[in-house]
Write a protein that binds this ligand. Structure first.
Ligand SMILES: *Cc1c(COP(=O)(O)O)cnc(C)c1O
Length: 405
């Protein structure tokens, strides 16, 4: 047996916990929006590691930051601060509503910090009774026990014993359902400004304005989970900046590190002061290596050129997908914003999103699903136009394959 065969998909079933069911394709190298597997087969990447690889694979700015910091210092613990973390926090606060940053290692951890901060803020200011957290059905906030409980999908939260309490769920884009639940005992409302995993669903502007009003009326914090929508994904640095509504707490991860694990929770001084010394922490959170790479990603993404380029690429995707749909009639609509796009399957193809993903892989394209009825695309924000066209051509073949049965 060659060494290559030794690390095959079969080995996964032997040595890995069976919580994932990965493709038989094992990628070994990536450059920009192209990826190669063990056999040297080439793929166009429309998935971006699930909205993580915002600058594609091995972007020179990120490789440079990783190598340079890798030869300086990797880890210190929070007993000491470090230059990359301070620089990154300064840049994030300069570019957003936030005044303070807490660094974590993932989206779920950033959200865990946000929820704990909201509870502590409410306890300090109003007392124990103010502890209710309201989130939305189909929302996704990560896989820790607190965040799956707040996320609105029973498949992720049930079967693990007693859940953290005082969590309720309203309907997304249904202000009345939130109005029915919210009261003066509510400490926070948590939402994704665009629901990603739940099917790429944008909020209406009335819904957004109404949520902010209800939170203000009941002294509840508004938490935006921008783990998927943040760092340029929608063509704005953060999605909230185009929604006319500013949250009290914002979480960011995924694209923040451009492929290196990091997450962050952002807030104002008035709120964040309630996470006093010792109340929360993380061994790796804010380590210099992650922060150095994230700083390079942030500098590269937060330019007019890249953000405007996202809007331009969105149009190329929309044009290409509607041309495919005119031929094959498989989608009812393409929704989302920027390069967080969802092609929604029509009546005839309900429940078959995964078939499109599998057919895409057959045709040399990496795509994603969001639930069972939406094919999702979250490519690199700087994907070359030629790769978009080639990827769409491969996607058309995949669609033809599914339609042909
Ligand atoms: C991916 C995601 C998370 C979880 O992030 P992890 O890094 O996997 O913990 C949380 N919220 C949203 C909106 C996400 O898309």
């Amino acid at each position: 047996m060659s060494e290559q065969n030794l690390v095959s998909r079969e080995l996964f079933d032997e040595v890995m916990v069976p919580n994932y069911n990965p493709s038989s394709v094992i990628p070994v190298k990536g450059e920009g929006s192209r990826v190669w597997d063990q056999e040297g087969r080439e793929f166009i990447d429309f998935a971006g590691g699930i909205a993580v690889n915002c600058l594609g694979h091995c972007h020179p700015n990120l490789v440079k930051a990783l190598k340079e910091q890798g030869e300086k210092i990797w880890h210190l613990s929070n007993v000491m601060t470090n230059e990359p973390a301070l620089r990154l926090a300064k840049k994030i606060t300069d570019a957003t509503f936030a005044e303070n940053v807490y660094f974590a290692n993932s989206g779920a951890e950033a959200n865990e910090a946000a929820l704990k901060l909201a509870r502590r803020w409410a306890l300090d200011n109003f007392g124990e009774h103010k502890n209710k957290i309201i989130a939305f059905h189909k929302g996704f906030h990560g896989r820790t026990f607190f965040t799956v409980t707040v996320g609105g999908q029973a498949a992720y939260s049930d079967g693990f014993g007693p859940k953290p309490g005082a969590v309720a769920h309203a309907e997304f884009n249904n202000l009345e359902s939130l109005a029915d639940l919210i009261d003066d005992d509510t400490c926070a409302v948590m939402m994704e400004p665009i629901q990603g995993e739940g099917g790429v669903i944008s909020p209406t502007s009335e819904f957004m304005a109404g949520i902010r009003e209800l939170c203000d009326k009941h002294n509840a914090l508004l938490i935006f989970d921008e783990v998927q929508s943040g760092v340029g994904r929608t063509g704005h640095l953060y999605a909230y900046q185009a929604l006319g509504v500013t949250p009290d707490i914002l979480t960011t991860a995924k694209a923040l590190g451009g492929g290196f694990p990091i997450g962050a929770m952002l807030s104002t001084k008035e709120i964040s002061k309630h996470l006093k010394i010792g109340t929360h922490g993380s061994t790796y959170g804010g380590n210099p290596l992650a922060c150095a790479v994230a700083e390079a990603a942030f500098d590269t993404v937060n330019t007019k050129e890249v953000l405007d380029g996202v809007k331009h690429r969105e149009q190329l995707f929309r044009d290409g997908l509607s041309a495919i749909n005119e031929k094959y009639n498989v989608f009812s609509e393409v929704r989302g914003e920027g390069l967080l796009l969802g092609a929604v399957l029509n009546e005839q193809y309900q429940g078959r999103a995964r078939d499109f993903l599998v057919a895409s892989i057959d045709n040399g394209l990496m795509s994603l699903v969001a639930g069972t009825n939406v094919v999702r695309f979250t490519p690199s924000l700087v994907i070359p136009e030629a790769d978009i066209q080639e990827g769409l051509a491969r996607f058309e073949k995949a669609v033809a394959q599914v339609v042909a049965g």
